[in-house]
Design a protein around this ligand. Structure first.
Ligand code: ADP
Ligand code: F6P
Length: 324
């Protein structure tokens, strides 16, 4: 029989992402609307093990929907990776009356949520990462804001790149995944986009392309490089030495993780937070919320973790074609 939860905990785990606050607000206010108590667990699983737990009221989540980062802070915890740490985490939840838990993070955080579900805490995961690298969903909280931040930065670099007739390599985040790079490649009209999932390491082809485009009159050459490929400074030096064209590298870095979330991140994160509480209110556990084919959906955690995904080939081919 479905277990009725009375107190819902929320934590954010792994890298922060713009929109996490909108999700925290939605979870808190939906839970209150259902008549549940709400507790915020600060610093992810690490804070859970340290019992860094606070009550959350509706007013505690006022004025946060527009703020980047996470008001609950985030951390990584090695102790929670052990069965002993997970037993302790479940006991602490029980001690504080937390019988339902919303975990906002990536695949690692969902694994942790699965461990708590095995120990009797009803859990629901929400995909929160700028990297878009969670297989069970086409949308992750923070990606839209991060892409827009990177796009604006690349537009600015493009201005100076054109003035100086340079090659510019811009490295964007994404860990091993190339989603931010691919989206920027298209949105910024880059001459080239290098992503881990497709890169052939053929630097000569890259150089021939730069020279060819120079001959047809291109004043700049923007290369968006994914963090998973890296070596942007080395690549810039090799291109400059081989072609004689001034080349600069910029690593955009953590600016992509911050800032006020876009409307899409606010609305989708709010929707996911609301759905998470709807699921807990129905007695569901061990679920992950996703967005697939235009709908918010949910999956069993282990089923979600077993999924794989690849960058969209249509988008990749388009990025290449439109740069010609
Ligand atoms: P993300 O959630 O973004 O994938 P991590 O992989 O760093 O980020 O995971 C965040 C936290 O989730 C870890 O610090 C750890 O506490 C917990 N976690 C990760 N993997 C597991 C696991 N296999 N079992 C239990 N907890 C885990
Ligand atoms: O997962 C989000 C992310 O920003 C990645 O794009 C990047 O590789 C990583 O986190 C950076 O992590 P940290 O903030 O710990 O350096």
């Amino acid at each position: 029989m479905a277990k009725e939860v009375k107190t819902i905990g929320i934590l954010t785990s792994g890298g922060d992402a713009p929109g996490m606050n909108a999700a925290i607000r939605a979870v808190t206010r939906t839970a209150i609307a259902y008549g549940k108590n709400v507790k915020g667990i600060r610093r992810g699983y690490s804070g859970l093990l340290e019992e860094d737990i606070i009550d959350l009221s509706s007013t505690d989540v006022s004025d946060i929907i527009q703020r980047g980062g996470t008001i609950l802070y985030t951390a990584r915890s090695k102790e929670f990776m052990t069965p002993e740490g997970q037993d302790k985490g479940a006991q602490i939840c029980k001690k504080h009356g937390i019988d339902g838990l919303v975990v906002i993070g990536g695949d690692g955080s969902f694994r942790g949520a699965g461990k708590l579900a095995e120990r009797g805490i009803n859990t629901v995961g929400l995909p929160g990462t700028i990297d878009l690298d969670i297989p069970c969903t086409d949308y992750t909280i923070g990606f839209d804001t991060a892409v827009n931040t990177a796009m604006e930065a690349i537009d600015k670099i493009r201005d100076t790149s054109t003035s100086h007739e340079r090659v510019s390599i811009i490295e964007v985040m994404g860990r091993k995944a190339g989603y931010i790079a691919l989206w920027c490649g298209i949105a910024n009209g880059a001459e080239d986009v290098l992503i881990t999932e497709r890169y052939d390491h053929n630097e000569q082809r890259l150089i021939d392309d730069i020279v060819e485009k120079r001959h047809v009159g291109k004043k700049h050459h923007i290369i968006v490089n994914a963090e998973g490929i890296g070596d942007s400074y080395g690549l810039a030096e090799r291109i400059q030495n081989t072609t004689g064209i001034e080349t600069r590298a910029t690593i955009i870095g953590h600016i992509q993780r911050g800032g006020s979330p876009t409307a899409k991140d606010r609305v989708y994160a709010s929707s996911m937070g609301t759905l998470a509480v709807d699921l807990l209110a129905k007695g569901a556990s061990n679920r992950v919320v996703g967005y697939r084919e235009g709908k918010f959906v949910d999956y069993d955690i282990q089923e979600a973790l077993a999924m794989t995904k690849d960058v969209d080939q249509f988008m990749y081919t388009m990025a290449k074609r439109l740069s010609r």
